[in-house]
Design a protein around this ligand. Structure first.
Ligand code: ZN
Length: 412
Protein backbone atom coordinates (compact mmCIF):
# COMPACT_ATOMS: atom_id res chain seq x y z
CA UNK A 1 0.00 0.00 0.00
CA UNK A 2 1.58 3.33 -1.00
CA UNK A 3 2.13 6.08 1.53
CA UNK A 4 0.14 8.55 -0.57
CA UNK A 5 -2.83 6.14 -0.49
CA UNK A 6 -2.55 5.84 3.32
CA UNK A 7 -2.28 9.63 3.53
CA UNK A 8 -5.47 10.01 1.46
CA UNK A 9 -7.26 7.48 3.69
CA UNK A 10 -6.21 9.54 6.72
CA UNK A 11 -7.38 12.81 5.14
CA UNK A 12 -10.74 11.24 4.18
CA UNK A 13 -11.16 9.89 7.72
CA UNK A 14 -10.41 13.30 9.30
CA UNK A 15 -12.81 14.94 6.82
CA UNK A 16 -15.51 12.43 7.80
CA UNK A 17 -14.89 13.17 11.51
CA UNK A 18 -15.18 16.93 11.06
CA UNK A 19 -18.01 16.69 8.46
CA UNK A 20 -20.19 13.74 9.52
CA UNK A 21 -22.75 12.64 6.87
CA UNK A 22 -26.26 13.50 7.97
CA UNK A 23 -28.99 11.51 6.32
CA UNK A 24 -31.57 13.74 4.62
CA UNK A 25 -35.18 12.51 4.76
CA UNK A 26 -36.34 12.14 1.15
CA UNK A 27 -39.81 13.65 1.25
CA UNK A 28 -40.21 13.01 -2.52
CA UNK A 29 -40.11 9.23 -1.92
CA UNK A 30 -43.08 9.18 0.46
CA UNK A 31 -45.01 11.92 -1.35
CA UNK A 32 -43.93 12.79 -4.89
CA UNK A 33 -46.78 15.35 -5.02
CA UNK A 34 -45.28 17.59 -2.31
CA UNK A 35 -44.81 21.05 -3.85
CA UNK A 36 -43.62 22.96 -0.75
CA UNK A 37 -41.91 21.94 2.49
CA UNK A 38 -40.10 23.32 5.53
CA UNK A 39 -36.78 22.01 6.79
CA UNK A 40 -33.76 22.84 8.96
CA UNK A 41 -30.26 23.52 7.63
CA UNK A 42 -27.85 20.84 8.94
CA UNK A 43 -24.68 21.80 7.05
CA UNK A 44 -23.37 24.72 5.00
CA UNK A 45 -20.41 24.49 2.60
CA UNK A 46 -20.10 27.68 0.50
CA UNK A 47 -23.09 27.87 -1.85
CA UNK A 48 -24.18 24.37 -0.87
CA UNK A 49 -26.76 23.77 1.88
CA UNK A 50 -27.70 20.39 3.39
CA UNK A 51 -31.20 20.03 4.87
CA UNK A 52 -32.63 17.54 7.37
CA UNK A 53 -35.40 16.80 4.85
CA UNK A 54 -36.13 17.77 1.28
CA UNK A 55 -38.60 17.43 -1.57
CA UNK A 56 -35.87 18.25 -4.12
CA UNK A 57 -35.01 15.13 -6.15
CA UNK A 58 -31.24 15.24 -6.84
CA UNK A 59 -31.69 13.55 -10.22
CA UNK A 60 -30.85 10.03 -11.26
CA UNK A 61 -31.99 7.25 -13.54
CA UNK A 62 -31.71 9.73 -16.42
CA UNK A 63 -34.12 12.17 -14.79
CA UNK A 64 -32.88 15.73 -14.32
CA UNK A 65 -32.70 17.25 -10.79
CA UNK A 66 -35.58 19.35 -9.52
CA UNK A 67 -35.74 23.12 -9.95
CA UNK A 68 -37.20 25.61 -7.46
CA UNK A 69 -36.29 27.92 -4.55
CA UNK A 70 -35.08 27.77 -0.93
CA UNK A 71 -36.25 30.82 1.07
CA UNK A 72 -36.77 32.58 -2.28
CA UNK A 73 -33.22 31.93 -3.55
CA UNK A 74 -32.96 29.91 -6.76
CA UNK A 75 -31.73 26.34 -6.35
CA UNK A 76 -29.13 25.91 -9.11
CA UNK A 77 -27.92 22.43 -8.14
CA UNK A 78 -28.99 19.40 -6.07
CA UNK A 79 -26.65 16.51 -5.27
CA UNK A 80 -26.05 13.64 -2.88
CA UNK A 81 -27.48 10.23 -2.14
CA UNK A 82 -27.95 10.04 1.62
CA UNK A 83 -27.02 13.64 2.43
CA UNK A 84 -28.78 15.88 -0.06
CA UNK A 85 -27.14 19.22 -0.76
CA UNK A 86 -28.75 22.22 -2.49
CA UNK A 87 -26.80 24.91 -4.32
CA UNK A 88 -28.22 28.36 -3.58
CA UNK A 89 -25.76 31.06 -4.79
CA UNK A 90 -25.47 34.03 -2.44
CA UNK A 91 -27.61 32.53 0.36
CA UNK A 92 -27.29 33.74 4.00
CA UNK A 93 -28.29 30.44 5.64
CA UNK A 94 -26.61 29.02 8.75
CA UNK A 95 -26.76 25.63 10.46
CA UNK A 96 -30.05 25.53 12.36
CA UNK A 97 -31.83 28.05 10.09
CA UNK A 98 -35.38 27.09 9.14
CA UNK A 99 -36.04 27.15 5.38
CA UNK A 100 -39.01 26.95 3.08
CA UNK A 101 -38.51 25.03 -0.11
CA UNK A 102 -40.74 25.49 -3.15
CA UNK A 103 -40.50 23.22 -6.18
CA UNK A 104 -40.90 24.41 -9.76
CA UNK A 105 -44.03 22.31 -10.04
CA UNK A 106 -44.48 22.57 -13.83
CA UNK A 107 -41.00 21.15 -14.24
CA UNK A 108 -41.43 18.34 -11.70
CA UNK A 109 -44.86 17.36 -13.07
CA UNK A 110 -43.43 17.15 -16.57
CA UNK A 111 -40.51 15.03 -15.29
CA UNK A 112 -42.82 12.61 -13.44
CA UNK A 113 -44.94 12.21 -16.59
CA UNK A 114 -41.83 11.66 -18.68
CA UNK A 115 -40.26 9.24 -16.20
CA UNK A 116 -43.40 7.13 -15.74
CA UNK A 117 -43.97 7.23 -19.51
CA UNK A 118 -40.40 6.14 -20.14
CA UNK A 119 -40.92 3.01 -17.96
CA UNK A 120 -43.94 2.10 -20.10
CA UNK A 121 -42.34 2.92 -23.46
CA UNK A 122 -39.19 0.95 -22.72
CA UNK A 123 -41.09 -2.13 -21.51
CA UNK A 124 -43.54 -1.99 -24.46
CA UNK A 125 -40.64 -1.82 -26.92
CA UNK A 126 -38.81 -4.63 -25.04
CA UNK A 127 -41.84 -6.89 -25.43
CA UNK A 128 -41.40 -6.63 -29.21
CA UNK A 129 -37.65 -7.06 -29.61
CA UNK A 130 -34.37 -7.89 -27.86
CA UNK A 131 -33.27 -4.51 -26.59
CA UNK A 132 -30.65 -2.95 -24.36
CA UNK A 133 -30.91 0.47 -22.76
CA UNK A 134 -27.87 2.69 -23.41
CA UNK A 135 -28.99 6.05 -22.02
CA UNK A 136 -32.02 7.90 -20.70
CA UNK A 137 -32.10 11.67 -20.58
CA UNK A 138 -35.24 13.35 -19.26
CA UNK A 139 -35.67 17.09 -18.87
CA UNK A 140 -38.64 19.40 -19.33
CA UNK A 141 -37.18 20.45 -22.68
CA UNK A 142 -36.15 17.06 -24.09
CA UNK A 143 -36.92 13.41 -23.37
CA UNK A 144 -34.64 10.90 -25.02
CA UNK A 145 -34.02 7.14 -24.89
CA UNK A 146 -30.98 5.62 -26.60
CA UNK A 147 -31.19 1.85 -27.13
CA UNK A 148 -29.40 -1.02 -28.83
CA UNK A 149 -31.34 -3.66 -30.74
CA UNK A 150 -33.44 -4.23 -33.84
CA UNK A 151 -36.32 -1.76 -34.03
CA UNK A 152 -38.50 -0.41 -36.82
CA UNK A 153 -41.36 2.05 -37.26
CA UNK A 154 -44.01 -0.70 -36.97
CA UNK A 155 -42.67 -1.70 -33.55
CA UNK A 156 -42.52 1.95 -32.47
CA UNK A 157 -46.15 2.49 -33.55
CA UNK A 158 -47.37 -0.70 -31.82
CA UNK A 159 -45.48 0.16 -28.61
CA UNK A 160 -46.90 3.69 -28.66
CA UNK A 161 -50.45 2.30 -29.08
CA UNK A 162 -49.91 -0.05 -26.15
CA UNK A 163 -48.50 2.69 -23.90
CA UNK A 164 -51.48 4.95 -24.66
CA UNK A 165 -53.89 2.06 -23.96
CA UNK A 166 -52.27 1.61 -20.52
CA UNK A 167 -52.53 5.38 -19.94
CA UNK A 168 -56.24 5.34 -20.90
CA UNK A 169 -56.86 2.29 -18.68
CA UNK A 170 -55.47 4.27 -15.71
CA UNK A 171 -52.95 1.70 -14.49
CA UNK A 172 -51.85 2.33 -10.91
CA UNK A 173 -48.19 2.95 -10.05
CA UNK A 174 -46.94 1.28 -6.86
CA UNK A 175 -43.56 1.10 -5.09
CA UNK A 176 -42.30 -1.64 -2.81
CA UNK A 177 -38.98 -2.79 -1.34
CA UNK A 178 -37.72 -6.18 -2.46
CA UNK A 179 -34.75 -8.14 -1.08
CA UNK A 180 -32.13 -8.38 -3.85
CA UNK A 181 -31.89 -12.13 -3.20
CA UNK A 182 -35.48 -12.46 -4.42
CA UNK A 183 -34.91 -10.66 -7.72
CA UNK A 184 -34.45 -13.25 -10.40
CA UNK A 185 -35.32 -14.32 -13.90
CA UNK A 186 -38.73 -13.09 -15.02
CA UNK A 187 -38.78 -10.52 -12.20
CA UNK A 188 -38.50 -6.74 -12.45
CA UNK A 189 -36.02 -5.04 -14.79
CA UNK A 190 -32.95 -4.40 -12.67
CA UNK A 191 -29.21 -3.83 -13.02
CA UNK A 192 -27.99 -5.32 -9.74
CA UNK A 193 -24.37 -4.36 -10.45
CA UNK A 194 -25.46 -0.72 -10.12
CA UNK A 195 -27.21 -1.24 -6.77
CA UNK A 196 -25.29 -1.72 -3.51
CA UNK A 197 -28.16 -1.88 -1.00
CA UNK A 198 -29.72 -5.15 0.10
CA UNK A 199 -33.25 -3.83 -0.34
CA UNK A 200 -34.20 -2.65 -3.83
CA UNK A 201 -37.06 -0.24 -4.59
CA UNK A 202 -39.26 -1.74 -7.29
CA UNK A 203 -41.78 0.39 -9.19
CA UNK A 204 -44.72 -1.40 -10.83
CA UNK A 205 -47.29 0.00 -13.27
CA UNK A 206 -50.43 -2.14 -13.11
CA UNK A 207 -49.45 -5.57 -14.38
CA UNK A 208 -47.63 -4.04 -17.34
CA UNK A 209 -44.19 -3.15 -16.05
CA UNK A 210 -41.96 -3.67 -13.04
CA UNK A 211 -38.50 -2.10 -12.69
CA UNK A 212 -35.97 -1.22 -10.00
CA UNK A 213 -35.91 2.58 -9.76
CA UNK A 214 -35.14 5.26 -7.17
CA UNK A 215 -36.84 8.07 -9.12
CA UNK A 216 -40.09 9.98 -8.70
CA UNK A 217 -43.22 8.69 -10.45
CA UNK A 218 -46.88 9.51 -10.83
CA UNK A 219 -49.46 7.57 -8.82
CA UNK A 220 -51.45 6.66 -11.89
CA UNK A 221 -50.44 6.26 -15.55
CA UNK A 222 -53.57 8.24 -16.55
CA UNK A 223 -51.79 11.43 -15.42
CA UNK A 224 -49.30 11.04 -18.30
CA UNK A 225 -52.18 12.17 -20.56
CA UNK A 226 -50.56 10.94 -23.74
CA UNK A 227 -47.18 9.71 -24.92
CA UNK A 228 -45.99 10.43 -28.45
CA UNK A 229 -42.72 9.42 -30.08
CA UNK A 230 -41.60 12.57 -31.88
CA UNK A 231 -38.30 11.33 -33.31
CA UNK A 232 -36.89 7.90 -34.18
CA UNK A 233 -33.43 8.04 -35.74
CA UNK A 234 -30.12 6.20 -35.83
CA UNK A 235 -27.94 6.88 -32.77
CA UNK A 236 -24.75 5.25 -34.03
CA UNK A 237 -22.16 4.85 -32.62
CA UNK A 238 -23.58 5.47 -29.10
CA UNK A 239 -26.39 2.95 -29.65
CA UNK A 240 -28.61 1.85 -32.49
CA UNK A 241 -31.62 4.13 -32.01
CA UNK A 242 -32.47 7.48 -30.49
CA UNK A 243 -36.11 7.80 -29.49
CA UNK A 244 -37.38 11.21 -28.51
CA UNK A 245 -40.86 11.49 -27.00
CA UNK A 246 -43.36 14.00 -25.65
CA UNK A 247 -45.92 13.66 -22.86
CA UNK A 248 -49.14 15.41 -21.78
CA UNK A 249 -50.55 18.45 -23.59
CA UNK A 250 -47.36 18.82 -25.63
CA UNK A 251 -47.83 15.29 -27.00
CA UNK A 252 -51.47 16.00 -27.91
CA UNK A 253 -50.57 19.24 -29.73
CA UNK A 254 -47.80 17.53 -31.71
CA UNK A 255 -50.02 14.52 -32.54
CA UNK A 256 -52.70 16.84 -33.94
CA UNK A 257 -50.13 18.78 -35.97
CA UNK A 258 -48.53 15.60 -37.37
CA UNK A 259 -51.95 14.17 -38.18
CA UNK A 260 -53.01 17.25 -40.17
CA UNK A 261 -49.71 17.33 -42.06
CA UNK A 262 -50.12 13.64 -42.90
CA UNK A 263 -53.66 14.31 -44.21
CA UNK A 264 -52.39 17.24 -46.30
CA UNK A 265 -49.62 15.10 -47.75
CA UNK A 266 -52.09 12.31 -48.62
CA UNK A 267 -54.32 14.90 -50.32
CA UNK A 268 -51.38 16.15 -52.41
CA UNK A 269 -50.45 12.59 -53.33
CA UNK A 270 -54.08 11.88 -54.25
CA UNK A 271 -54.27 8.90 -51.88
CA UNK A 272 -55.91 7.85 -48.64
CA UNK A 273 -53.73 8.64 -45.57
CA UNK A 274 -53.17 4.91 -44.91
CA UNK A 275 -51.90 4.50 -48.51
CA UNK A 276 -49.74 7.61 -48.63
CA UNK A 277 -46.43 5.77 -48.13
CA UNK A 278 -47.15 3.43 -51.06
CA UNK A 279 -48.30 6.40 -53.14
CA UNK A 280 -45.08 8.24 -52.33
CA UNK A 281 -42.93 5.20 -53.20
CA UNK A 282 -44.76 4.88 -56.54
CA UNK A 283 -44.08 8.55 -57.31
CA UNK A 284 -40.46 8.05 -56.38
CA UNK A 285 -40.13 5.15 -58.81
CA UNK A 286 -41.86 7.21 -61.54
CA UNK A 287 -39.38 10.01 -60.93
CA UNK A 288 -36.41 7.66 -61.29
CA UNK A 289 -37.86 6.28 -64.54
CA UNK A 290 -38.52 9.79 -65.88
CA UNK A 291 -34.95 10.85 -65.07
CA UNK A 292 -33.56 7.82 -66.87
CA UNK A 293 -35.75 8.49 -69.93
CA UNK A 294 -34.67 12.14 -69.97
CA UNK A 295 -31.03 11.07 -69.85
CA UNK A 296 -31.52 8.68 -72.79
CA UNK A 297 -33.34 11.31 -74.92
CA UNK A 298 -30.77 13.90 -73.87
CA UNK A 299 -27.92 11.72 -75.09
CA UNK A 300 -29.75 11.24 -78.38
CA UNK A 301 -30.33 14.99 -78.80
CA UNK A 302 -26.71 15.80 -77.93
CA UNK A 303 -25.40 13.27 -80.43
CA UNK A 304 -27.45 14.60 -83.35
CA UNK A 305 -26.09 18.16 -83.48
CA UNK A 306 -25.08 19.34 -86.97
CA UNK A 307 -22.40 22.02 -87.22
CA UNK A 308 -22.61 25.28 -89.10
CA UNK A 309 -19.47 26.17 -91.09
CA UNK A 310 -18.01 29.52 -89.99
CA UNK A 311 -14.96 30.13 -92.19
CA UNK A 312 -12.53 27.32 -91.49
CA UNK A 313 -14.28 26.40 -88.20
CA UNK A 314 -17.22 24.16 -87.43
CA UNK A 315 -19.69 25.70 -85.00
CA UNK A 316 -21.89 23.29 -82.98
CA UNK A 317 -24.74 24.87 -81.04
CA UNK A 318 -27.86 23.71 -79.29
CA UNK A 319 -30.12 24.26 -76.30
CA UNK A 320 -31.58 21.65 -73.97
CA UNK A 321 -33.99 21.63 -71.03
CA UNK A 322 -33.53 19.66 -67.83
CA UNK A 323 -30.39 17.80 -68.87
CA UNK A 324 -27.62 16.94 -66.48
CA UNK A 325 -24.96 19.69 -66.74
CA UNK A 326 -22.11 17.22 -66.50
CA UNK A 327 -23.45 15.33 -69.52
CA UNK A 328 -23.69 18.59 -71.53
CA UNK A 329 -20.13 19.59 -70.59
CA UNK A 330 -18.77 16.17 -71.56
CA UNK A 331 -20.52 16.39 -74.96
CA UNK A 332 -19.07 19.88 -75.59
CA UNK A 333 -15.58 18.44 -75.01
CA UNK A 334 -16.25 15.55 -77.38
CA UNK A 335 -17.57 17.85 -80.13
CA UNK A 336 -14.37 19.93 -80.23
CA UNK A 337 -11.97 16.98 -79.84
CA UNK A 338 -11.63 16.42 -83.63
CA UNK A 339 -10.12 19.89 -84.19
CA UNK A 340 -11.14 23.19 -85.86
CA UNK A 341 -14.39 23.30 -83.92
CA UNK A 342 -16.28 25.49 -81.46
CA UNK A 343 -19.25 24.26 -79.38
CA UNK A 344 -21.78 26.42 -77.53
CA UNK A 345 -24.41 24.46 -75.59
CA UNK A 346 -27.16 25.93 -73.42
CA UNK A 347 -28.80 23.90 -70.68
CA UNK A 348 -31.83 25.20 -68.80
CA UNK A 349 -33.63 24.20 -65.61
CA UNK A 350 -34.58 27.04 -63.29
CA UNK A 351 -31.36 28.74 -64.41
CA UNK A 352 -29.69 29.20 -67.79
CA UNK A 353 -26.34 27.44 -68.08
CA UNK A 354 -23.91 28.00 -70.99
CA UNK A 355 -20.89 25.92 -72.00
CA UNK A 356 -18.40 27.21 -74.56
CA UNK A 357 -15.57 24.98 -75.81
CA UNK A 358 -13.07 25.17 -78.68
CA UNK A 359 -10.47 22.84 -80.16
CA UNK A 360 -6.88 23.48 -79.11
CA UNK A 361 -6.03 24.56 -82.69
CA UNK A 362 -8.67 27.34 -82.60
CA UNK A 363 -7.37 30.69 -81.44
CA UNK A 364 -10.16 31.78 -79.12
CA UNK A 365 -10.43 32.85 -75.46
CA UNK A 366 -13.58 30.99 -74.35
CA UNK A 367 -13.66 32.64 -70.90
CA UNK A 368 -13.57 36.17 -72.38
CA UNK A 369 -16.19 35.37 -75.06
CA UNK A 370 -18.51 33.60 -72.60
CA UNK A 371 -18.37 36.50 -70.14
CA UNK A 372 -18.93 39.04 -72.90
CA UNK A 373 -22.19 37.30 -73.80
CA UNK A 374 -23.37 36.43 -70.28
CA UNK A 375 -22.57 39.83 -68.76
CA UNK A 376 -25.16 41.48 -71.04
CA UNK A 377 -27.78 39.48 -69.10
CA UNK A 378 -26.33 39.80 -65.59
CA UNK A 379 -24.50 36.48 -65.65
CA UNK A 380 -20.88 35.37 -65.51
CA UNK A 381 -18.64 32.33 -65.70
CA UNK A 382 -15.10 30.99 -65.66
CA UNK A 383 -12.83 28.24 -66.92
CA UNK A 384 -9.85 27.88 -69.27
CA UNK A 385 -9.11 29.48 -72.68
CA UNK A 386 -10.53 26.46 -74.53
CA UNK A 387 -13.34 25.53 -72.11
CA UNK A 388 -15.62 27.85 -70.13
CA UNK A 389 -18.99 27.61 -68.42
CA UNK A 390 -21.27 29.94 -66.53
CA UNK A 391 -24.85 30.94 -65.99
CA UNK A 392 -27.63 33.44 -65.60
CA UNK A 393 -30.22 33.33 -62.81
CA UNK A 394 -33.63 32.71 -64.34
CA UNK A 395 -34.62 31.77 -67.86
CA UNK A 396 -33.61 33.46 -71.08
CA UNK A 397 -34.35 32.56 -74.71
CA UNK A 398 -31.31 30.38 -75.52
CA UNK A 399 -31.20 31.56 -79.15
CA UNK A 400 -30.34 35.09 -77.93
CA UNK A 401 -27.12 33.73 -76.40
CA UNK A 402 -26.28 31.37 -79.26
CA UNK A 403 -26.92 34.00 -82.02
CA UNK A 404 -24.70 36.47 -80.18
CA UNK A 405 -21.88 33.91 -79.95
CA UNK A 406 -22.26 33.06 -83.64
CA UNK A 407 -22.10 36.78 -84.54
CA UNK A 408 -18.97 37.33 -82.46
CA UNK A 409 -17.31 34.22 -83.91
CA UNK A 410 -17.95 35.47 -87.45
CA UNK A 411 -16.23 38.73 -86.54
CA UNK A 412 -13.19 37.07 -84.96
ZN1 ZN B 1 -38.43 5.19 -12.51
Amino acid sequence: MSSSFLYKLGVDYLHELSHPQVMTVKLYEADPYLKEFTAIVTKVEGDWVVLDRTAFYPGGGGQERDRGTLNGGEVTGVKGKEEISHQVPGHALKVGSPVKGVLDWDNRCCLMRAHTGEHLLFSSLSRRTEMELVKISLSKEKKVLIVKGHLDWDMVRDAMQEVNDIIAEGAEVTCHQVDRENLGEGGPRVKLDRISDRMVRVVSIGGHDSAACAGVHLKNAREIGMLLVSKFTSAKPAGDWEIEFLVGAEAVRMAVDHSVRSLMLAERLGSLPQDSLTAFDNRDRELVRAREALKAYGRLALSSLNPEQLGDRKFFSGSFTGLDRKMVMERANELVSRGSSVAALVCQDDKTFLVLACSTDVKLDCVALLNKVLSQHGGRGGGKPNFASGGILGLLDASVLLDEISRLLKMS
